[in-house]
Design a protein around this ligand. Sequence first.
Ligand SMILES: Cc1cc2nc3c(=O)[nH]c(=O)nc-3n(C[C@H](O)[C@H](O)[C@H](O)COP(=O)(O)O)c2cc1C
Length: 345
Amino acid sequence: MSVLDHLWARGCAFLGTRTAIMGGAMSWVSERHLVSAISNAGGFGVIACGSMTPALLDAEIAATQALTDKPFGVNLITMHPQLDELIGVCVAHKVSHVVLAGGVPTASAVRAVKDGGARLIGFAPALVLAKRLIRIGADALVIEGSEAGGHIGPVSLAVLAQEILPTVREVPVFVAGGIGRGEAILAFLEMGASGAQLGTRFAAATESIAHPRFKQAFIRANARDAVPSVQLDAQFPVIPVRGLANDGTRRFLAHQAETLRRFQAGEFDREAAQLSIEHFWAGALRRAVIDGDVEQGSVMAGQSVGMVTAIQPVAVIIAELIAQAEAAHAARSGACVPDAASAAA
Ligand SMILES: Cc1cc2nc3c(=O)[nH]c(=O)nc-3n(C[C@H](O)[C@H](O)[C@H](O)COP(=O)(O)O)c2cc1C
């Protein structure tokens, strides 16, 4: 029996899986193929609903169920204008776990998920919010550090883990952000986490439908290339998003400067200026992921991107993570196990 079986038993029981490795929902990337591949390999895939309509989500869930009989989740963004209908679609398909992202969900959204029979997973970017989520009915939490790809909070996983893991015992807590190797998973499990969520490493998996240029950009990049979006002026907030620096991120700075100039010249009122800044990235993730425009598109990636060195099948990624965790544990306890690379091969 692996040391992990013991350390992540609570996470596995909660997810209904063999390993407590979650594939974090990634808009445009986490669709039927990647999600079913992760679940079939013993992890927990999560469909990213993003801005899908209820009809599109309905088709995506059905297609995923056709590719796997293992549990998987659906990630819904709380500010989606049709959130109630989307929850209804998940309930109709008997989706076992719903992840509500993008802010603390309303009590009625939580009730709709739970009354429908699904387990609710929430994102806790601080201890107070973790407690609030548990109070309103979250069955598990993800704590995602600022190392992560995509939309980020201000606090690193190293700090969030210290703030939340020793305190929150009521529900399983999954850690996310910057995780690329099994040694890190082991360390967080030993701190009290029930499992780990990875995005960036799975985005470059063989089964991911991301464009080959998107995956190659991940293979080329180092941790320091995955940077948060930069806000030029305090009056005009920019949503913090971590992605690879490229022409688009440089043009975004110039666009903010030009918008500010036009605002100061009276050509834009405040609202129009803010909208112009927000609209800059509209459709940009799709352009990068699907069309392969990695220069102008939004190449969301976590700092873990430096640990993406090859396009690998999901099953190999998961086996490698497990082997690294087991080897690290064995090295510490003096036991002899095959090295991580040969175990994963
Ligand atoms: C390309 C990309 C798109 C993402 N889209 C979403 C999303 O739509 N919803 C969400 O909750 N998280 C999203 N995330 C965050 C992931 O679910 C996951 O928590 C994160 O990638 C973990 O950090 P890592 O990338 O360092 O592994 C995205 C991440 C990436 C890299």
